[in-house]
Design a protein around this ligand. Structure first.
Ligand code: NCD
Ligand code: ZN
Length: 346
């Protein structure tokens, strides 16, 4: 198949950043996606609908028309059940809260140390039908970095699901076979996003032939059997798995540091094209539409987009570098050839 038309896709996990960075991130995201769920880990974080509304006002000038950014608010230990009730009123553009275990990832310092203390908040979210998006890694320094997702699932997530069976939960950017099997077999209120980079790469990309910061993200890339399980899940047509790029830009100088490389991969410049690359390679291009355009909207209870995009199979070269405010950004596949691109200008 050399061409495919899809319902316009949505991105259910993206970092748009702020200030001078918005010009690039928003232009890239709105080029293809109808909706994005923008993550709140700014500094200071997006903790309420007032701040989310102001953030949306900063985003819109850089967007294509008919682009609808949605927001996940940052859960902190100061969030109250009353805050949740107030957010419910704005749930048409704030359908979710994001749980960051403190210390798990970029700008998670405002996050949660004791997850059990958040149970009254989860109860209120369940009652108000707001989605809980989860960064699913424990942070204990004695747990191996490669095992942190599994420990979170077994020790933390399973208990939240048991206590709050009506709470809709998205386990974000899953990276392991364990996460795939868990999501498949647990309650229908639990789904997962999968990034393009976790489908395209395994930890060899990060470590082979010299440490490569381009591929450093959290949760970190795992071994090939996990990559394969993610590919199987994404291409399976199971509606519990849907598109969330976790496109997370950092300026070049923050990634290419000798020590302290920033975690995050930028994929918004070619997001749907990168997914198409993987789906096509595994002879599953016809499964892309459900994953990219239907299942996320269905889970979040938004209508599917009405318009379409068309992808064609043709080679093109990705930029080596992208201007990013006053900085530079190296995107995933920089300088390499991709073989799918958007056809129609929509
Ligand atoms: C994200 C970022 O940079 O904001 N980084 C990442 O490696 N994925 C945060 C996150 O989603 O964990
Ligand atoms: Zn993220």
């Amino acid at each position: 198949m050399n061409q495919i038309t899809l319902t316009r896709p949505d991105d259910w996990h993206i970092h748009l950043r702020d200030g001078p960075y918005l010009k690039q991130t928003v232009a890239d995201a709105s080029r293809v996606f109808g909706r994005v769920l923008a993550m709140p880990n700014l500094d200071p974080p997006v903790i309420n609908s007032l701040i989310a509304g102001q953030y949306r006002d900063k985003i819109m000038p850089f967007a294509r028309t008919q682009f609808y950014p949605l927001f996940a608010l940052y859960l902190t230990e100061k969030t109250t059940p009353q805050d949740i009730e107030r957010t419910k009123i704005d749930s048409d553009f704030i359908p979710a809260y994001k749980l960051y275990p403190a210390g798990a990832t970029t700008n998670s310092k405002f996050g949660v140390n004791s997850i059990e203390k958040m149970y009254p908040i989860f109860e209120s979210m369940e009652a108000n039908d707001l989605v809980l998006c989860v960064h699913g890694e424990v942070t204990d320094s004695d747990i191996d970095v490669f095992d942190r997702e599994k420990y979170f699932i077994d020790g933390v997530l399973s208990r939240i699901i048991e206590e709050f069976p009506g709470l809709r939960i998205v386990l974000e950017h899953i990276t392991t076979e364990d996460a795939v099997n868990f999501v498949k077999s647990t309650s229908r209120n639990v789904a997962a996003t999968i990034t393009a980079h976790h489908l395209l790469y395994n930890r060899n990309a990060l470590l082979e032939g010299g440490l490569n910061p381009l591929y450093f993200c959290l949760p970190v890339l795992k071994r090939d059997i996990h990559q394969r399980a993610l590919i199987d899940a994404a291409t399976s047509g199971d509606p519990k798995f849907f598109l969330g790029t976790d496109s997370a830009p950092h300026p070049r100088h923050e990634k290419e540091k000798i020590c302290g490389c920033a975690a995050g991969c930028y994929t918004a410049h070619a997001a749907i094209e990168l997914y198409a690359e993987v789906f096509d390679k595994f002879e599953a291009i016809t499964m892309l539409e459900g994953f990219a355009s239907h299942f996320g909207a269905d889970f979040y209870r938004f209508p599917r987009n009405k318009d379409t995009i068309t992808l064609e199979k043709i080679n093109w070269e990705v930029q080596k570098e992208i201007k990013f405010g006053n900085d530079q950004l190296v995107p995933i596949k920089a300088g390499e050839t991709l073989n799918w691109r958007i056809k129609s200008k929509q």
